[in-house]
Design a protein. Sequence first.
Length: 238
Amino acid sequence: MTPETSRKLWAGALLLAALAFAASPVFAPGFNGFEPSQFPNPQRDPPVQPAGYAFAIWGLIYVWLILGAGFGLLKRADDPDWAEMRKPMVMSLAVGALWLPAAQQSVALATIMIWVMLATALIALTRTGDTDRWWQMSPVAIYAGWLTAAACVSIGLVLAGYELLPETPAALVALTLALVISVTVQYRLHRAPEYGITVIWALVAVIVANARPFNAAVVGLAVIGIAAILAIRGTDTE
């Protein structure tokens, strides 16, 4: 198989993976997050969870991933600048296509899967090229940004839900982990501001969720995280 043929096949595989990922809610009807009863210590309105409106970003992510992959297949199927990010993105989206059904059955399995999704999405983001940023880099960046928040939320839910920590300390551990990852990634990928903006979207939603009753520790850490990400935008690392 020639390199050109291989690149075209991966371009097609990425579009198929994006379509499968976007179709996954069909196979998990009514899923609105983990059920409280899935945990030994039921998680009802945990402080680590962003306000519900924030999850609407999935619609943008689904559409942008499909449009980006479609553009890549039609216009850049043989472009080496697109080739490096496709393999890890196909892996991430393939796992993601199975995540919702898995989450209905097993919190532990879903947690492992979402961290695999995040790891491969971050690899893909680092491999995005410099051409067609709105079609190539941007959808990967917002996908990776939201996964950073979602994967860390899953850690907070597991810590509190399995009574390893009280809910607020569990949320603080999860937020700290999210901030370490997001600040590191944004510092190293100054050219992908969409990543940090998406993490900020999640952090604002955490603040909203913890406004009533007011959780000063969680809100304070989220505010610090937003400030840290915005501060990085004022640096020049690339």
